[in-house]
Write a protein that binds this ligand. Structure first.
Ligand SMILES: Cc1cc2nc3c(=O)[nH]c(=O)nc-3n(C[C@H](O)[C@H](O)[C@H](O)COP(=O)(O)OP(=O)(O)OC[C@H]3O[C@@H](n4cnc5c(N)ncnc54)[C@H](O)[C@@H]3O)c2cc1C
Length: 418
């Protein structure tokens, strides 16, 4: 069986590129309620929909697709919830990495506005979904403070606030004096906005999977899918153990171990670092209600977790394996701590968790979602960029519409290049 079109010469090429996904253990790996009951062997070799991957993309996909009308199975080559979703700092933002005024220049104003609006709507509906499902994952709606930096100054932030207002996206521009008086931060400008959130990403993912299990989802681990072959109205998927799973539709939610046939210059894997640290001194009262990030390269972002720890990250490096270096882990996470202390004028204890991971970027900051070109009945989610969780929600909605034969009016924004 081959996953590639007949014209491809290298039939031996791996289906996905296996990667190391963590250096050191993230904070969330030490928290409760992140395990998911699962089968160790396939309970069946057929299903209506096969989801490959048990991270946040697979979890939201399962929650959306398990409506009682179809048999859904989820497989993962790792234990459930042990991919990149365990490393996420889970700043659940509607603000896309590429500011709206810059995205408008890249893809046109109408499309850029739709992408930002869809992102905002996805955050709102994710917060509502978690509330309705009563998932214990410290989900909290939050505001965002976006600070000027070495990439965008006050003029650019003003333009950004104006175009967001035009797109009906909540944003308030603050000049230097207002940023100082409202937040005690010395930057030339900032934008304050609503419609973001934060959560424990592992508890969120596990909670969504458990919800889907209650509606019939079968989770199997460890199962590695090594090949896919569409054949008429079904897709045959080979496993590393020599079995075959036959499904009507297959959805790859395999994170940064994406389908090799989807490799493109429009996205890349880089390295990123993160910490969790308890404050040694009092933190500003507003911080518990805000996500903070900046228009800088390398950039810093931070927020508070439910237990008062500061969760922060940044120092991104354009290398897919730099994260896997213990010296860089120590140095870059120390830098993150120093930057937070300087920005907020506070003191932190040495981090109780420091971790590093690969991270996916795209040239537009937008994810790739939808039908995989050349593979009938196969869909994929590449929720790359700093909004991976928000994009996973959009992906669940779009793929669900495509599978059920409905039209999603924003699917064109995120489709794979052909
Ligand atoms: C340090 C860090 C900080 C981040 N911070 C944020 C943030 O603040 N906000 C935000 O929104 N996003 C953030 N992200 C991004 C976000 O966490 C990711 O987009 C998201 O976790 C990816 O989820 P996923 O389900 O696609 O992938 P994963 O969680 O990696 O799940 C994919 C799963 O697929 C499995 N798999 C792969 N190939 C196969 C195969 N062939 N067969 C079987 N199983 C397979 C893997 O084992 C894995 O478990 C961050 C990411 C990192 C690394």
């Amino acid at each position: 069986m081959t996953s590639k079109r007949q014209t491809d010469s290298n039939a031996q090429e791996a289906l996905v590129e296996k990667k190391t996904l963590h250096e050191n253990t993230s904070y969330w790996a030490k928290t409760p309620r992140i395990s998911v009951r699962h089968f160790q062997n396939l309970p069946a070799q057929t299903c209506d929909i096969l989801i490959i991957g048990s991270g946040i993309s697979g979890a939201l996909m399962a929650e959306q697709l398990c409506d009682g009308s179809r048999g859904v199975m989820m497989v993962d080559r790792r234990q459930p919830v042990r991919g990149s979703s365990l490393d996420s700092t889970a700043m659940i933002q509607h603000e896309i990495d590429i500011p709206l005024h810059l995205l408008a220049r890249k893809i046109g104003e109408e499309k850029a506005m739709r992408a930002w609006q869809r992102s905002r709507d996805a955050v709102r509906s994710l917060v509502e979904l978690v509330q309705n499902l009563d998932i214990e994952c410290s989900m909290r709606a939050k505001n965002t403070l976006y600070l000027s930096g070495n990439e965008l100054g006050s003029k650019a932030l003003k333009a950004e606030a104006e175009i967001r207002e035009k797109a009906s996206i909540n944003a308030k521009y603050l000049d230097q004096a207002a940023t100082q008086s409202e937040f005690g931060i010395d930057r030339s400008a900032s934008i304050v906005s609503r419609d973001s959130a934060s959560a424990n990403p592992a508890q969120l993912t596990a909670g969504l999977i458990r919800t889907a299990q209650a509606r019939g989802l079968k989770v199997v681990s460890p199962i590695e899918i090594t090949d896919v072959l569409p054949a008429g109205d079904h897709v045959a998927c080979a496993t590393a153990h020599g079995q075959v799973i036959v499904a009507r539709q297959v959805v790859f939610c395999s994170g940064y171990e994406f389908l090799k046939r989807l490799e493109s210059p429009q996205h890349s894997i880089i390295s990123t670092w993160a910490i969790a640290a308890k404050p040694r001194s009092a933190v500003p009262g507003w911080l518990k209600d805000y996500l903070v990030w900046e228009a800088s390269d390398p950039y810093l972002y931070l927020r508070m977790a439910a237990d008062g720890s500061i969760i922060a990250g940044g120092e991104d490096e354009e290398s897919s394996d730099a994260f896997d270096d213990s010296k860089k882990l120590a140095a870059n996470t120390d830098t993150i701590v120093e930057k937070i202390e300087k920005l907020l004028g506070i003191s932190l204890y040495p981090p109780h968790s420091r971790w590093a991971a690969p991270f996916g970027n795209t040239t537009t900051g937008l994810p790739f979602i939808g039908a995989v070109p050349g593979l009938e009945n196969v869909y994929a989610v590449m929720g790359f960029g700093g909004n991976g969780i928000t994009f996973s929600k959009i992906a669940a909605e779009i793929v669900n519409a495509q599978i059920t034969g409905e039209k999603d009016s924003d699917a064109d924004l995120f489709k794979f290049p052909t």
